[in-house]
Design a protein around this ligand. Structure first.
Ligand code: E4P
Length: 228
């Protein structure tokens, strides 16, 4: 499963990229607004840093406007994926942009029929929103399972990008469901590293190591190698 970071904050992306675990980035208008910086420069910098898919969302609500915005956004960087809302106009724009070889991420998907339409339109990614479904007492992960199943039935190439991830358990759930990609906020990524037994075990190993003679690994190995 690929992991995308769901943020427009370049510092968060820099840190996650340094950990070597992210394959791409998703943004949306709210995340761009929260970041508060020039959006084109931000998207360019993210794409340069990550060297993987970076979703940038269209704002026009009509097909022609979405196609125009999508064609322009795609020129910012070869890694740009044009993000388009799942409306009739958006699906038509997806069909057009896909036919031109422009990568698309159809967003705001809340039911499997919408995912079927996005796949028919040739979307590169479909983004079902788990967290927002959980917020209204529906099973977000159930939607991921359904879409994965439907796409497998018909060999659709559209990748299932699990979005609106709220906590580490969501990551496990979508990985088990067979999502191709999950996009998560930086805070959830940080939590994926954590387990109290890891911290306790690490502390105990360090304490015990203090009793080992000649315990500086770098010096000890270099000394040993020099004697061989
Ligand atoms: C996905 O691409 C969206 O940007 C995002 O996952 C939405 O998450 P939210 O429901 O936490 O805003």
């Amino acid at each position: 499963m690929k992991i995308f970071l769901d943020t427009a904050n370049i510092e968060e992306i820099r840190q996650a990229h340094a950990w070597g675990v992210i394959d791409g980035v998703t943004t949306n208008p709210s995340l761009i607004a929260k970041n508060g910086k020039d959006f084109i420069q931000t998207i360019y910098e993210i794409a340069e840093l990550v060297q993987g898919p970076v979703s940038a969302e269209t704002i026009a609500q009509d097909t022609e406007g979405m196609v125009r915005e999508g064609r322009l956004l795609a020129q910012i960087h070869p890694h740009i994926v044009v993000k388009i809302p799942l409306t009739p106009a958006g699906i038509a724009a997806t069909k057009q942009l896909s036919s031109e070889g422009i990568k698309t991420n159809v967003t705001l998907c809340f039911q499997s029929n919408q995912a079927l339409l996005a796949a028919k339109a040739g979307a590169t990614y479909i983004s079902p929103f788990l967290g927002r479904l959980d917020d209204i007492s529906q099973q977000g992960v159930g939607l991921i399972e359904e879409i994965v199943h439907i796409y497998e039935n018909y060999d659709f190439e559209t990748q299932v990008l699990a979005a609106s991830i709220r906590h580490p358990k969501h990551m496990v759930d979508v990985a088990l469901a067979g999502a191709d990609v999950a996009t998560l906020p930086f805070g959830v990524l940080e939590k994926m590293f954590k387990h109290p037994l890891t911290d306790a075990g690490n502390a105990k190993f360090l304490k015990d190591w203090e009793t080992v003679p000649n315990n500086n690994i770098e010096e000890a190995v270099r000394d040993w190698l020099a004697k061989q």
